[in-house]
Design a protein around this ligand. Structure first.
Ligand SMILES: Nc1ncnc2c1ncn2[C@@H]1O[C@H](COP(=O)(O)OP(=O)(O)OP(=O)(O)O)[C@@H](O)[C@H]1O
Ligand SMILES: [Mg+2]
Length: 498
């Protein structure tokens, strides 16, 4: 490892309203190293990265590049020094095409639309990203938006690339492809920082790991010096009892009447004749590859997607329903926690309390003239506590929460409605290990209380750990069904692929 760090922070602090998001941080990044940042939601990981990428400026202390103090006032200043960041919340301009986004800020290097498009096509091909350069960025899936951001950094010939939770929205195959790509960038001398809540990714793919807790850097060292439990101990300052397979008691025997019945539902090219039932008191996992229709069927059920409905019938507790807006599904007791939480999950300028409270009002306040604010606050507070939403100040807008804490708000906002059917799409994406354990327990508690639970997840260990029964979606239909006892990762993958 070279003696001279490419990036270095010395006793650097970032405060918001007098409270430190990052305190007294000293951090080095060496040329050609892959450096992982881990820590709980709100620990300061994104803040550290944004300081280096010129998104925010330090309140105290400095950022050095090649030993020289820099005062970036915008990301483009950092970009000129070869530092690019791939953000947790996407930074693409939705109204522009992929190609336009790729060259944004450097359009003058290309003198025709065609040249821009060709350059875009070339870089996407080189990276093996299947993204159409002419598509609007706003219409891309989370994974593809991220690919475009990575391509932009590579096109920019960055010497330092910072990835904020790059794998959170990726499938296992896309994830392994990303790490291969990072290795090849590393061979070309690029230094990289990546943030991940999947501790194995840090242990397996980083050269060094830095652990943050409560805005402080707790330890930095070679990845080989850590293991999972040691990382967790540094992250939370104590041992965490990680429960797996906690479904110790058999759930109430299946009632005859399903809470939800879906029959021959079709939607566009994504949902191609799906039929299944969801039973109360049971967790039904839906596994399947991206594009298998597993998320799309959820969107059809809750009235989120109406276009291209191709027929089929849906019953809620024996009564036929067809929702044309999610609000109708909510009023009927169906909660849908979408995978794209940041796009449709909350009002970002409102506080945590108001957001959860609005969820409560949408369900319980509809018929009363005077909103029962006392009960609303109480309900909101109890969910905020339960999910341990970490915020600075009472009125901090949700927009200013860390990524994982924003997701907890979206989950709380749905569950405060005491739904009888909950559809979770990737519920633990972006949340830290402690919150994952808590969310898993909440999923079990909801089923134990008699509600039906649908769990859509690309993370097989999570589906296997939680589900009483697993459906496998493939090409828009249910290709297989396994009981808890029958289900193994291998069988599910076989059914999902072949
Ligand atoms: N613009 C802001 N205004 C006020 N507070 C902020 C702002 N940005 C971040 N914070 C606060 O700083 C703290 C650290 O946030 P940061 O985003 O760095 O956490 P993180 O480690 O990336 O967490 P996560 O894993 O949830 O993404 C949080 O408590 C957050 O609410
Ligand atoms: Mg973050």
């Amino acid at each position: 490892m070279s003696a001279h760090p490419i990036i270095s922070l010395q006793n650097t602090t970032k405060t918001y309203g007098g409270i430190a998001a990052l305190a007294d941080a000293s951090f080095d990044l060496h040329p050609g190293e892959i450096h992982a940042l881990v820590g709980e939601n709100g620990a300061g990981k994104s803040t550290l990265c944004k300081l280096i990428a010129g998104v925010i400026a330090p309140s105290e202390g400095a950022v050095r590049v090649d030993g020289e103090i820099v005062a970036f006032s915008a990301p483009k200043d950092a970009s000129q020094r070869g530092i690019s960041m791939v953000y947790q919340e996407t930074s693409l301009v939705p109204q522009l095409t992929v190609a336009q986004n790729l060259v944004l800020g450097r359009e003058n290097r290309f003198n025709s639309v065609r040249k821009v498009r060709n350059a875009a096509r070339q870089i996407l091909q080189r990276l093996n990203f299947k993204v159409d350069p002419t598509q609007l960025a706003g219409s891309l899936s989370a994974a593809k938006r991220q690919m475009v951001e990575i391509a932009r950094a590579v096109l920019n010939e960055a010497r330092v690339i910072i990835f904020d939770e790059p794998t959170a929205a990726l499938t296992p195959e896309e994830t392994s492809h990303l790490f291969d790509l990072m290795k090849s960038l590393q061979r070309a001398g690029v230094a990289m920082i990546f943030i991940s809540h999947a501790l194995e990714e840090a242990l397996n793919h980083a050269d060094r790991i830095t652990v943050l807790r409560n805005g402080r850097i707790i330890v930095t060292g070679p990845a080989a010096d850590f293991d999972r439990s040691r990382l967790i101990r540094h992250m939370i300052g104590e041992e965490l009892q990680e429960k797996t397979d906690a479904t110790t008691h058999a759930r109430a025997s299946r009632s005859a009447l399903p809470v939800l019945r879906v029959e021959n539902v079709r939607m566009g090219s994504m949902v191609n004749n799906m039929s299944f039932s969801i039973f109360p008191g049971e967790i039904t996992g839906i596994a399947g590859l991206i594009g298998s229709g597993r998320s799309e069927i959820a969107k059809v059920i809750v009235g989120h997607t109406k276009r291209n409905f191709g027929g089929g019938r849906i019953w809620l507790e024996g009564r036929e329903v067809r929702y044309s807006t999610p609000a109708e599904a909510i009023a009927d007791g169906i909660a849908y926690i979408s995978e794209d939480r940041k796009l449709d999950g909350f009002f970002d300028t409102m506080s945590v309390m108001d957001n959860i409270g609005l969820g409560w009002l949408a369900k319980f306040g509809r018929r009363s003239l005077l909103a029962p604010f006392g009960r609303m606050r109480q309900a909101a507070q109890s969910w905020e506590d339960r999910l341990k939403v970490r915020r600075i100040g009472v009125n901090q807008p949700v927009l200013r929460l860390s990524g994982g804490n924003q997701q907890k708000v979206v989950i709380a906002k749905s569950l405060v409605q005491q739904p009888r059917l909950v559809i979770f799409d990737e519920p633990t994406r972006g949340v830290d290990v402690g919150a994952i354990a808590e969310i898993k327990q909440i999923v079990r508690d909801i089923a134990d209380s008699g509600a039906g639970v649908v769990l859509i997840s690309s993370y097989l260990p999570e589906v296997l750990d939680l589900s009483d029964r697993i459906l496998v979606a493939k090409s828009g239909t249910i290709a297989a069904e396994f009981s808890r006892a029958e289900a193994t990762a291998e069988r599910i993958l076989q059914a999902a692929i072949h």
